[in-house]
Design a protein around this ligand. Sequence first.
Ligand SMILES: NC(=O)c1ccc[n+]([C@@H]2O[C@H](COP(=O)([O-])OP(=O)(O)OC[C@H]3O[C@@H](n4cnc5c(N)ncnc54)[C@H](OP(=O)(O)O)[C@@H]3O)[C@@H](O)[C@H]2O)c1
Length: 302
Amino acid sequence: MGQVCARRGAGAWYSLCLYAVGGRPDAGAMTSDSNDTNNAKTSSDATGDAGVGLLGGKVVFITGASRGIGEAAARLFAAEGASVVLAARSTDALDRVVREIRADGGVADAVALDLADPASIRAAVGRVGELHGRLDGAFNNGAAVQQPGPVGSTSDEDIDRQFTVNFRAHWTAMNAEVALMRRGGGGAIVNTSSIGSRRANPALPAYGAMKRALNSLTETAAVDLGPAGVRVNGIAPGGTATRMIDEWEAATPGIVEGITASVPLGRMAAPREVAEAAAWLLSDRASYVTGAILPVDGGAGA
Ligand SMILES: NC(=O)c1ccc[n+]([C@@H]2O[C@H](COP(=O)([O-])OP(=O)(O)OC[C@H]3O[C@@H](n4cnc5c(N)ncnc54)[C@H](OP(=O)(O)O)[C@@H]3O)[C@@H](O)[C@H]2O)c1
C-alpha cells in the first residue's frame, strides 16, 4: 500500500494516500509520539540544543506557539538568541513553554491570541510593541485543519474557519507586524503554508485552497515590502508529527502510514526540523531571500 502513495506529486500524494490506504498504521509507522524513534537522523541529533546565535538580539513573534511546530520554533528561536513572544489560545500551554524557555536562560513572554478575531491579532502584536518596542521577526504559523473530505462534503462552517484562521489571520497579522517592524527599519516574516497547497488537494480542499492563497499573499507582500526592508517568505512543510496529524489520523485512519510511505526520506518531520527552516529564513543569513515558498517535506513534493 505504501508503494501506491510513494513518489507522486504533492496533490496526488494527499489524495492517493487518503483514498488508497486502509486500516490503522502498523507498529513501524510514525506518530507524533514516536517521532524520535524513527531511524533517520533529525536536526536536533545533528546540531544539539545549543544555539549558534542565529537570531541573536532579535524580537520574534510566533503564532501557534502552544504546541507542535510553533512550540518547537519558540524553543529553537530562543535558544538561537531571540526574545520570543508566543501566541495562541491555550494560555496554560503557552505559560508552560515560556516558563521552560526562561528556565533555560531564554527571554520569552506569552500573549493570548485568537486567529479568528482580527482585533485579537492586532492586540497581540500591540503587546509585542509594549514589551519590546520593536519587532524583527514574525512566524505566522498557527492554523487549524479541516474535517477531511472532498469538495462536495466540506461544510460552510469549515470553509469559513479555514478562511478566517488559515488565511485572513495572516493578512491581518502581517499588516500589524509590518507597522511595528517599520519602526526598526525592517524585519522578516515567515508564513507557514503546506505541501497541501501545491497541487489539487481533494482530501483537505478548503485547507489546501487557503494555504495556496497564503502563498500568493506571501509573494505579493514580499514585492510590496521589499523596499521597506521587510522580507516575506513561506515554508511548506510536509507531514510533521504534531497534533494536527493526529487529528487527521483520527478522522482518516491510515493517513500517517500513507504519508510516511510517500516521503523519500522515509519518515515524517519532527517539528524542530520545520522550525529550523523558519529560523534560517528569519535570520540575517537569509538576507537576500524573499518571496520564496520553501518546501520542508523530506522530498515528498519533488
Ligand atoms: N503537521 C503537519 O503535518 C503540517 C503539514 C503542513 C503544514 N502544517 C502547518 O504547520 C503549522 C503548525 O501546525 P502544527 O502541525 O504544529 O499543528 P498543531 O500542533 O495542531 O498546532 C496548531 C497551532 O495553531 C494554533 N491555533 C489553531 N487555531 C487557532 C486560533 N483560532 N487562534 C490562535 N491559534 C490557533 C494552536 O493553538 P491553540 O489551539 O492553543 O489556539 C496551535 O498552537 C500550521 O500552519 C499547519 O497548517 C502542518
